[in-house]
Ligand binder design. Structure first.
Ligand SMILES: Nc1ncnc2c1ncn2[C@@H]1O[C@H](COP(=O)(O)OP(=O)(O)OP(=O)(O)O)[C@@H](O)[C@H]1O
Length: 246
């Protein structure tokens, strides 16, 4: 469903993505892992049509992100930390107004809000103004807003960052429940244990390059390590040694 071929992005002289090729399938939660600066946000912004690659191609459900950005955007729900909420509106008003933008009727919108209330434990956030939200309340409404139209592809960029353990648990359970036939969730994080819990396959990025891609058991077997964090260090160390040897 997602195909990236030789994707590169440079900012001035700095290479944020270096020749990344990978694919993600319908029905999976696909993780993008790497430390700060690895290139995760750059990659997701290209897929979300918010940023142009310097070279290479990206297609989503057969639509090229550069040539058919509108078709790509119609498939997407995006949570990328850059989106504020209007301080004077309640969560319910925010969600109803977004549902309206997607052409949903009031009854359909309210039924969807009720579903999301259960799935994301929205509770009182629905009736409190966004200006009074804690970080966790805000993030839940931002996520509900991103999925109000039940998108085929959901992009979550560091969506758990800043959440307390309750909100984080709700988010991880929501992502697990979002794994459904025909749907794809792209989940970026620098927290390896989150990926271990929710992702079917992961791509590990380091300094803009793809280090490896596979299921977590595959990556553990490949490195002989017992968890993803140790596997990450082993892979990055191996890459550095290979570069020095060549
Ligand atoms: N607009 C920009 N101009 C210049 N350099 C940028 C810009 N955006 C990102 N970079 C650089 O590109 C590299 C990749 O950044 P990116 O935000 O994609 O990484 P990331 O893996 O999402 O990390 P983080 O978790 O810190 O957001 C970093 O070195 C970053 O400093």
């Amino acid at each position: 469903m997602l195909e990236l071929r030789n994707l590169s992005k440079t900012y001035g002289k700095h290479a944020a993505l270096r020749d990344v090729s990978l694919g993600a399938r319908e029905g999976e939660v696909f993780g993008l892992l790497g430390p700060n600066g690895a290139g995760k946000t750059t990659l997701l912004r290209i897929i979300a049509t918010l940023l142009k690659p310097t070279s290479g191609t990206a297609t989503l459900a057969g639509h090229d992100v550069l040539r058919e950005p509108e078709a790509v955007r119609r498939l997407l729900g995006v949570v990328n930390g850059g989106m504020g909420l209007p301080a004077r509106l309640t969560g319910r008003e925010v969600l109803r107004s977004f549902a309206g933008l997607y052409g949903m009727k009031r009854a359909q919108a309210d039924a969807r809000i009720a579903e999301l209330d259960l799935a994301l434990d929205l509770g009182r956030t629905l009736d409190v103004r966004a200006g009074e939200y804690s970080t966790g309340m805000k993030q839940k409404v931002v996520i509900a807003r991103a999925v109000i139209h039940d998108p085929q592809v959901l992009i979550l960029d560091e969506a758990a960052s800043g959440l307390d353990i309750f909100a984080r648990r709700t988010l991880l359970d929501f992502v697990t429940a979002a794994r459904q036939p025909g749907k794809l969730t792209l989940y970026s994080t620098h927290v390896m244990s989150e990926a271990e819990e929710v992702c079917d396959r992961v791509a590990i990025l380091h300094e803009g390059a793809l280090v490896t891609v596979g299921t977590i058991p595959d990556i553990l077997a490949q490195t002989g390590e017992r968890n993803l964090e140790r596997a990450f260090f082993a892979l990055v160390r191996g890459q550095g040694e290979a570069a020095r040897a060549s």
